[in-house]
Design a binder for this molecule. Structure first.
Ligand SMILES: NC(=O)CC[C@H](N)C(=O)O
Length: 231
């Protein structure tokens, strides 16, 4: 598995996700947002967390129009894997890789805390190392993580099983109290229809070491590295 981690001006979790991928056994290359082509043989493109362009205009709005996003869309259209974490999820939505948009948290506050997620399905390249319905303990750190979309798209996401993770309590129950930002249906992450693009607000890359809080995030990277790319 060869992964390309894209760095935008203001990315701050690019090093973290590179570390998580390497720990899981991936080869990692770094790509600058102004590049127009991917290195040879890339299986996975990663849009990391952070504050690209200082979150100006709307978070992810400028980065979503960066040169590298044409190559990212082409990679996704070929069936290649794309992982957008937090600001990367916002960028993926702005770039049209995923439907919907992330807006200000319902309480208008930046939220930085531990958070459980329910793994909705484990038959994807991103989640095969988890159990279906498992509650995983990760962390969140965002001001604009409130996922919204129109009713038709929401029905399609739900109907086609494209919700990847929901905010939950420690037992995996999805409740309004467990929802930290007001996202529709407690959505914390979604897949593209081909299941090759995943965007999620929480940070699995920051829970990969028991010395610094936990290891529940490792499953996502181990799932990916153990999987084969689409032809
Ligand atoms: N940790 C992050 O990636 C933050 C995402 C974004 N800048 C926000 O605050 O919503």
């Amino acid at each position: 598995m060869k992964a390309a981690v894209i760095t935008f001006p203001g990315s701050n979790r690019d090093g973290d996700v590179a570390k998580a991928l390497k720990q899981a056994g991936a080869e990692v290359v770094h790509v600058w947002h102004g590049d127009t082509e991917l290195p040879q043989g890339v299986d996975l493109m990663v849009l990391p967390g952070g504050f690209s362009y200082g979150d100006y205009l709307r978070t992810g709005a400028i980065a979503g129009r960066a040169h590298i996003m044409d190559a990212t869309r082409a990679h996704a259209a070929r069936g290649g894997y794309v992982l957008g974490i937090c600001n990367g999820f916002q960028i993926a939505c702005e770039a049209g890789l995923l439907p919907g948009i992330l807006v200000r948290n319902a309480n208008l506050k930046f939220v930085c805390k531990r958070q459980h997620l329910k793994v909705e399905r484990n038959d994807t390249a991103f989640t095969r190392a988890y159990a279906k319905g498992q509650a995983i303990d990760v962390c969140i750190a965002h001001g604009e993580g409130n996922y919204i979309t129109d009713a038709e798209t929401l029905a399609r996401l739900e109907g086609e099983g494209l919700v990847a993770f929901r905010y939950a309590d420690a037992q995996g129950n999805v409740t309004p109290e467990a929802n930290p930002n007001g996202s529709l249906n407690g959505i914390a992450g979604i897949y593209s229809p081909g299941l090759n693009v995943l965007g999620l607000m929480p940070h699995p890359e920051n829970l990969i070491d028991s010395l610094v809080g936990g290891t529940d995030g490792r499953g996502l990277f181990e799932s990916l590295v153990g999987s084969r790319k689409a032809a």
